[in-house]
Design a protein around this ligand. Structure first.
Ligand code: IPM
Ligand code: MN
Length: 356
């Protein structure tokens, strides 16, 4: 197949990890006879430096003209001045909104060979396989904001439509899994959460009768997630709770550097990015973990390009590399040498090309 893929490296370690994912995609293309064309564009701090805008029009065009977008990360101390007029993060939020990517899908799994790398006990995380579906274009992230000298405000709003469509995504995904959804909210305090609860309940009852579901308050969910992670299947939640819970959940997988994500809208054009940030502390050293971005590229192959075999091959190659001990510093094995981003990417490419 022929496909154009937009690549937005962004800031910090972003370009370092997307470079490895692109190498893996190139290997996929050569192995399976596809023709991927990559178009690079700027976002975040890099775009602010070049043009004054965190999301230049040319970048939006590049994403729209592509089958899918691969993104690294945005942000960094250079652009973090509280008084700054534009922030790198605005570019990412604006891109999600402009492309209508309302559902963010974040799989969290414990790989057998990673049991030792998690700060949690192996017996607690064994067998964990969670799919977090995070609402991505609503809630407190996108409500009215204001600031005076003595007061600041971030409004949290949800509409019925917004809750319905993300619930349907969770329902469809749950049908292909263990058919259980835990919907997370703060309905004991927030009005938006009470609406969320009512809508989730109605949509799941009417449209996904085979899916078992329960509601859970976010504070309790944060606790149960690390107390009994293996008991969760699909976890459905609003924008900010999903942001926080997925960083927490990354410890079940072993490292923030391992988690991929897909942001999806009504069509097949999606945005694929690791859940980690730009990690300014290690940027430029070539030691960032590229596996989360490579696994994001695998999600792209499956969800935007319909290439399931290729996606599975990439996932297997990553798992094989990790279990063979090809590990970056964040998932280091005690007493064993760590590899660079480039070496980790190369290990995936090598396994992919030599697999049948
Ligand atoms: C994420 C990130 C973003 C978010 C930031 C960079 C705006 O933390 O994708 O999880 O909060 O959504
Ligand atoms: Mn986050």
């Amino acid at each position: 197949m022929k496909a154009r893929i937009a690549v937005l490296g962004g800031d910090g370690i972003g370009p370092e990890v997307t470079a490895e994912a692109v190498r893996v995609l190139q290997a996929v293309a050569s192995k399976y006879g596809h023709d991927f064309e990559f178009s690079e564009a700027l976002i975040g701090g890099a775009a602010i430096d070049a043009s004054g805008s965190a999301l230049p029009p040319r970048t939006i065009d590049a994403c729209r003209e592509s089958a899918a977008t691969l993104l690294g990360a945005v942000g960094g101390p250079k652009w973090s001045d509280p008084g700054a007029r534009v922030r790198p993060e605005q570019g990412l939020l604006e891109l999600r909104r402009t492309l209508g990517l309302f559902a963010n899908v974040r799989p969290v799994r414990t790989m057998e060979s990673m049991l030792d790398a998690s700060p949690l006990k192996p017996e607690v995380i064994t067998g964990a396989d969670i799919l977090v579906v995070r609402e991505l274009t609503g809630g407190i992230y996108f409500g009215r904001k204001s600031r005076t000298a003595h007061e600041a405000e971030d409004v949290c709003t949800y509409t019925t439509d917004e809750v319905e469509r993300v619930t349907r995504v969770a329902g469809r995904l749950a049908m292909g899994r263990r058919r259980r959804i835990v919907s997370v909210d703060k309905a004991n305090v927030l009005e938006t959460s009470r609406l969320w609860r009512a809508v989730v309940e109605r949509v799941l009852r009417d449209e996904f009768p085979q899916v078992e579901f329960e509601h859970m308050l976010v504070d309790a969910a944060a606790m149960h997630l690390i107390r009994r992670p293996a008991s969760f299947d699909v976890l459905l939640t609003e924008n900010m709770f999903g942001d926080i819970l997925t960083d927490e959940a990354s410890m079940i997988a072993g490292s923030l550097g391992l988690l991929p994500s897909a942001s999806l809208g009504a069509g097949t054009n999606g945005l694929y990015e690791p859940i980690h940030g730009s990690a300014p502390d290690i940027a430029g050293r070539g030691i960032a973990n590229p596996y989360g971005t490579i696994l994001s590229a695998a999600m792209m192959l499956k969800l935007s390009l319909g290439l399931e075999t290729e996606a599975a091959a990439v996932e297997t190659a990553v798992e094989d590399a990790v279990s063979a001990g090809v590990r970056t510093a964040d998932i280091a094995l005690a007493g064993k040498a760590t590899v660079s981003s480039r070496e980790a990417g190369a290990a995936v490419v090598e396994r992919l090309l030599s697999s049948r």
